[in-house]
Write a protein that binds this ligand. Structure first.
Ligand code: DAT
Ligand code: MG
Length: 149
């Protein structure tokens, strides 16, 4: 089964959206295998967004991510990486479809509520950057035969 890394950013936590966001992935049919509320270190934030190091928004992005708690999560399911990106919506919330998390709750690219891994390689890297192996729980929901043929 595929796994992806998702993180509810400081704006999502401060605005009280944690429950709603988790609900969307749960009711879609994905399985939560890792979850923690954490204050992110500057080092972790810089590593996580390392690909954007040269971009003009990098410093602001790092300052924002460490400014308040984040909810870090790992979710599992067939096709979860691409599906989670669809549920999250386009990077700029003004362009995100209505019905997506960013489309429903955001108005600015620098406050877009949630992060989601964009491909299998980045999902793998981000899961091991944010979680220790023993923090992830492999389990079989009883709903599995009602979700998959
Ligand atoms: P995504 O989070 O949709 O994968 P990304 O990886 O291109 O988007 O960028 C990472 C984050 O950086 C994004 O969620 C918000 C911020 N960001 C991206 N482009 C930006 C811009 N032009 N101005 C300000 N922040 C930006
Ligand atoms: Mg990205």
């Amino acid at each position: 089964m595929e796994r992806t890394f998702l993180a509810i950013k400081p704006d999502g936590v401060q605005r009280g959206l944690v429950g709603d966001i988790i609900c969307r992935f749960e009711t879609k049919g994905f399985t939560l295998v890792g979850l923690k509320l954490m204050k992110v270190s500057r080092e972790l934030a810089e590593q996580h967004y390392g690909v954007h190091r040269e971009r003009p928004f990098f410093a602001g992005l790092v300052d924002f991510i460490i400014s308040a708690p984040v909810v870090a999560m790992v979710w599992e399911g067939d096709g979860v990486i691409a599906s989670a990106r669809k549920l999250i919506g386009a990077t700029n919330p003004l362009m995100s479809d209505v019905g997506t998390i960013r489309g429903d709750y955001g108005v600015s690219i620098g406050r877009n509520i949630i992060h989601g891994s964009d491909a299998p390689e980045t999902a793998q890297q981000e899961i091991s950057l944010w979680f220790k192996e023993e923090e992830l729980v492999s389990w079989q929901p009883t709903s599995t035969p009602w979700l998959y043929e």
